[in-house]
Write a protein that binds this ligand. Structure first.
Ligand code: AGP
Length: 611
């Protein structure tokens, strides 16, 4: 969950590396560091505890320089955040940055200590560079020493190494953690994620698992570690541009990304809906009619916000396709020995495409012969390349740790998958498909309308920002949105919040209700409306404070109008998108008023790529 960058080229590399780190800070931000081989071929390292600004301050006092270097922003796993545990770690002529976890580091450390090697930090990473130094002194060949070292490591890694003995070289490798190479004229950029290199190039090479890359000023060579085979992949042209990774005048990435949702939803459905033919097509899903007819059960598996999208999708796919759907948390699914076979479709959902539990769940499905597909936002990510077919959400780079636009585009992609499936298997007539596509076409306009009039949400945030607990209640496809609303408030404002199926209230949580408990209710017109009204009565009877997102128009039974936010009417399957927007904004404004770090909340990181 760290961010790593590397640079080798003709230009001064310090600012290139620091800019790259700034664009990866959402991956981890408890300490940072940079190492460069200077014009005097001497290794210079500067590290700092805390946010990147600390390192920038140190570099002002000690402006190291060079045309080859590595840098790192950390999310601590082994060894608490400190300057000593910050990367790069050095041993001999080598400085190394790493993202991942070395599972056998303790055994390797013991082996090296037995040989008299000393360690300065508590990290697993330092073991790699000490091992490299030992191997280099043993075999005398840098590249062979790198291979020998990597072959001893168990676990996950993306790492980049500079060597003051070879100032015209940069070496990197990956196994289960993301790493990309950016190419621009005679400059070579390495990074954990695309935003770090976008200001310099859009030509990208994705490294595969267990690959090592040797870069010189003349070019690079990619080698597969197990068999030494070389690979010369054709670079991809990323369709994101640097502006997309900027704040564009918004105070926070999260707010910018909330307001990008109508556009992101359009980009997502436009990529798969043929409006002429009134058809939905998924060019990269590899799921034809014959296979759809064979599928007897669907598993939707994900983590966090993506898991909430999966919960909504259960209602859609079972409702439209009449096929049983199980929804699982990836961290549970991967270790419960699920019953999978070639009659099962396993669909994993992930914004980053790198979340370790979701990747492991996908591997479980592949190993057990299920048909494995994925919905991801990051093209070229591990999950996108592991799955047998993919649907891409076109949300663009999502920098804010709290997922917003990726969530609503996932809901739209899942909506389209359900329509496609039902149409393919004759469960949905052409007219119905047309109607569903028409409702989708109206969605961005309805989203714009909600986002253009959110003053009431700001007032609620001011009024309720100091409450200690919040309860979110809903029914049907909106129940997962109650869970998502609670997650958003938890993760960026640090207020304890719970989402609950309203029908469950009287089985326990009603005991929590009193005048100190704001209760957010989500009210959709339709068969569950009256049931929600009785739940509201139960809360009011216990002096609970009701805040309501209500479809169509306010209802005095719910309470005073100022405690009601009207959401425009929409279909059963698309209302989850509309109801999400005010909940994202409430969490955002409460967090801003409480002064928390909205884009980089404490203890969190954008994608959880380590176990
Ligand atoms: C959501 O706001 C969080 N950032 C987190 O729960 C996230 O949804 C989860 O880590 C899954 O990430 P993914 O979609 O990239 O796999």
């Amino acid at each position: 969950m760290c961010g790593i960058v590397g640079y080798l080229g003709p230009d001064e590399g310090r600012d290139i590396l620091m800019n790259g780190l700034a664009r990866l800070e959402y991956r981890g931000y408890d300490s940072a560091g940079i190492a460069m081989v200077g014009p005097d071929c001497r290794l210079q390292i500067v590290r700092s505890e805390g946010k990147l600004s600390g390192l920038q301050g140190k570099l002002k006092a000690n402006p190291i320089s060079g045309t080859v270097g590595v840098a790192h922003t950390r999310w601590a796993t082994h060894g608490r955040p400190s300057e000593q545990n910050a990367h790069p770690h050095r041993c001999g002529p080598f400085a190394l940055v790493h993202n991942g976890i070395i599972e056998n580091y303790a055994a390797l450390k013991e082996e090296l200590q037995a040989e008299g090697r000393r360690f300065e930090s508590q990290t697993d990473t330092e073991v790699i560079v000490v091992l490299l130094d030992r191997e280099w002194r043993r075999v005398g060949d840098y590249q062979q020493a790198v291979r020998n070292t990597l072959k001893k490591l168990k676990g996950s890694y993306a790492l980049v190494i500079v060597n003051e003995e070879e100032p015209n070289a940069l070496v990197a490798a990956r196994k289960e953690s993301p790493l990309i190479l950016g190419l621009a004229d005679s400059s070579f950029f390495l990074a954990s994620d695309v935003p770090a290199i976008l200001p310099y190039t859009r030509r990208v090479v994705y490294l595969n698992d267990e690959e090592v890359i040797f870069i010189s000023r003349e070019g690079y060579r990619i080698e597969s570690l197990p068999d030494g085979k070389e690979r010369t992949p054709k670079p991809h042209l990323v369709d994101w541009n640097p502006i997309m990774a900027e704040k564009a005048g918004y105070k926070h990435f999260m707010l910018k990304e909330i307001y990008e949702q109508p556009r992101a939803v359009i980009d997502t459905f436009r990529s798969v809906v043929d409006f002429e033919a009134k058809e939905v097509r998924f060019p990269e899903l590899n799921l034809d009619r014959a296979l759809l007819d064979r599928i007897e059960r669907v598993f939707l598996v994900a983590c966090g916000t993506s898991y909430h999208a999966a919960l909504v999708a259960k209602y859609m796919i079972e409702g439209l396709c009449r096929i049983p759907v199980e929804v699982d948390l990836a961290s549970e699914f991967r270790s419960r020995d699920p019953i999978l076979n070639d009659r099962v479709l396993l669909l994993v959902i992930s914004q980053s495409g790198e979340t370790a539990d979701t990747r492991a769940a996908l591997k479980e499905g592949l190993d057990k012969g299920a048909h494995c597909r994925a919905i991801v936002n990051v093209v070229g990510s591990s999950i996108a390349r592991m799955a047998q077919g993919v649907i891409y959400t076109h949300a663009g780079p999502e920098i804010g740790v709290a997922s917003t636009k990726a969530f609503t585009t996932q809901l739209v992609a899942l909506y389209l998958l359900a329509i496609h499936w039902a149409a393919q298997t004759g469960k949905l007539s052409g007219e119905s498909v047309e109607r569903y596509i028409q409702e989708l076409l109206e969605l961005p306009g309805k989203m714009e309308k909600i986002l253009s009039d959110v003053a009431r949400i700001g007032i609620w945030a001011k009024k309720y920002k100091d409450y200690k607990d919040f309860l979110y209640l809903a029914r049907g496809p909106l129940y997962p949105i109650a869970l998502e609303g609670a997650l958003k408030l938890k993760e960026i404002s640090y207020i304890h919040a719970e989402g609950y199926a309203a029908g469950e209230m009287k089985h326990g949580p009603i005991a929590l209700i009193d005048a100190e408990m704001p209760v957010m209710v989500l009210l959709k017109r339709g068969p569950l409306y009256e049931k929600m009204i009785s739940n509201i009565q139960e809360v009011k009877a216990r002096d609970g404070v009701i805040l309501a997102l209500i479809e169509g128009e306010p209802n005095e039974i719910v309470g005073p109008a100022e405690n009601q936010f009207v959401v425009n009417l929409s279909s059963e399957w698309l209302s989850p998108v509309l109801f999400s927007l005010p909940l994202q904004l409430l969490a955002y404004h409460v967090a801003v008023l409480r002064g928390t770090d909205v884009d980089q909340p404490r203890n969190l990181a954008k994608s959880v790529t380590v176990e």
